[in-house]
Ligand binder design. Structure first.
Ligand code: SF4
Ligand code: SF4
Length: 215
């Protein structure tokens, strides 16, 4: 496989505007979800067959009492060795050779949903209750194979989402972490060798989202 593509997700630049979440819905023609106020800024509350990208909000205080307020633009990580593919026998899920995108095909309706979802260390796959087909982020495969960046990266107004060739993104990740540790000693990239969607965080993973670093 070629080196393919990757994302840098710099959570220190994220303002939780949710532009990426909406751009994902718009480009992929996904319907809005009826929601109600559950006492959190997250809306909707979780990923679904119709929501492939969601901005997680997390607030609290550290062991030393310092408050934190973190945002985490959640999506499929497009793993290099995808755990969701463990049960695949007939191309229900495929990994594109050129881009590295992990793609759920219509044949995912034949997969065992629980096994596929449990196989993902980040709890990403979701099932359409009617068709039984599984869904998640496609890396905007139709855009990236036509010389466009994914809709989320295109929409991000702060530069928190950057998409590009994997070697360049890995260099950018390294440089950005080196910069951030001067101000945030805990700054780090999460599992950069294992995933194509590489999050940079400035605190502990559990301060962002329960599955930020994988199970
Ligand atoms: S994050 Fe989960 S769904 Fe996405 S490629 Fe990795 S294992 Fe599969
Ligand atoms: S578009 Fe960028 S700044 Fe806005 S929520 Fe998404 S990652 Fe954060």
């Amino acid at each position: 496989m070629s080196e393919g593509y990757s994302f840098l997700v710099d959570t220190s630049k994220c303002t939780a505007c949710r532009g990426c979440q909406i751009a994902c819905k718009q480009w992929n023609g996904l319907p809005g979800t009826q929601t109600k106020n559950e006492g959190t800024y997250e809306n909707p509350l979780d990923l679904s067959a119709d929501t492939w990208k969601i901005v997680r909000f997390s607030e609290g205080s550290s062991k030393d009492g310092a408050p934190f307020w973190h945002f985490f633009s959640e999506q499929c990580r497009h793993c290099l060795s995808p755990g969701c593919m463990a049960e695949v026998e007939n191309d229900e899920i495929v990994q594109d050779e050129k881009t590295g995108a992990v793609l759920f095909t219509p044949k995912t309706s034949k997969l065992n949903y629980k096994v596929t979802r449990d196989g993902c260390p980040y709890d990403i796959p979701r099932q359409d209750p009617k068709t039984k087909r599984l869904f998640k982020c496609t890396m905007c495969f139709d855009r990236i194979t036509n010389d466009m960046v994914p809709a989320c990266a295109k929409s991000c107004p702060t530069g928190a989402l950057v998409f590009g060739e994997r070697p360049k993104i890995l260099e950018m990740v390294k440089d950005r972490v080196q910069d951030l540790v001067k101000k945030y000693p805990k700054a780090k990239a999460i599992n950069p060798e294992d995933v194509r969607v590489i999050y940079i965080i400035t605190g502990e993973p559990q301060q962002y989202w329960k599955l930020a670093a994988g199970r």
